[in-house]
Write a protein that binds this ligand. Structure first.
Ligand code: DC
Length: 225
């Protein structure tokens, strides 16, 4: 049961393609809370590093670029260092490169402040380490998962819907490779927080998943009578 009167922090963690973004966005809308897509932040910083030709290892160049990095979200678009990166951060180039950059402790450390900046207004955040590292004191922690096959099928459908070329088998391989890297890196690996509720969305509709999350939110945030 929640004890403080501050606006709630609701976090969803889980592997790539589990539906975290769409579910978290909808929960944020229903709760009238800001939505924080931390995957987009890691993708944006990967794009900035690639465009500056800075490899994914700790170096003075990397640290300098981290010091200058800014990211903002406006009207559903993502801006990094002033430029609109909404589309480019969803490309296969970023998909292939985001995990090695995300594994760098210096990079993760420098994003902590950015991710926590707006916490006083309450938020719904999604990522890999929201419940374990970034917001360990979150009011509601959900670990959203689904089978690799289902997650790959969703990514495949999203790409086709955007009019992009897509191959299911390639995506399944990418999903598995990214799971492996995200779960086995030393810095803030993908891991369920001990106090998180696990929700397996395999075979559930979007509405059903959102309802399950909203039930958990109501359970935690409704004062006992
Ligand atoms: O959720 P996504 O697919 O947009 O995330 C892209 C990558 O960013 C993912 O492979 C791992 C990394 N990431 C992370 O390390 N920590 C987070 N909180 C969010 C994403």
């Amino acid at each position: 049961m929640r004890s403080s009167g501050r606006p709630p922090i609701i976090v969803l963690d889980g592997p790539a393609g589990a539906g975290k973004s769409t579910v978290a966005r909808e929960v944020a809308k229903r709760m009238c809370l800001p939505f924080l897509d931390t995957g987009a932040i890691y993708r944006a910083i990967t794009h900035v590093m690639l465009s500056k030709n800075i490899p994914p290892s700790d170096s003075p160049e990397l640290r300098a670029a981290l010091g200058e990095f800014t990211v903002s979200f406006r009207d559903g678009r993502v801006f990094a260092c002033g430029g609109d990166v909404t589309e480019v951060i969803r490309t296969p180039m970023i998909e292939r490169n985001v995990s090695p950059y995300s594994a760098l402790p210096a990079l993760r450390e420098s994003l902590l402040g950015i991710q926590r900046a707006e916490r006083s207004r309450g938020l719904v955040a999604e990522g890999r380490d929201m419940g374990t590292v970034v917001f360990p004191d979150a009011d509601v922690k959900i670990f959203l998962t689904a089978s690799p096959g289902e997650r790959a099928a969703r990514r495949h459908a999203e790409r086709l819907a955007r009019g992009e070329e897509s191959n299911y088998d390639d995506i399944l391989e990418q999903v598995k490779a990214r799971d492996e890297m995200d779960a086995n890196r030393a810095a803030a690996p993908l891991k369920r927080a001990e106090d998180a509720v696990t929700l397996d969305s395999t075979g559930l509709s979007f509405e059903e998943v959102v309802s399950c999350v909203m039930e958990e939110v109501a359970r935690v945030l409704t004062p006992e009578s």
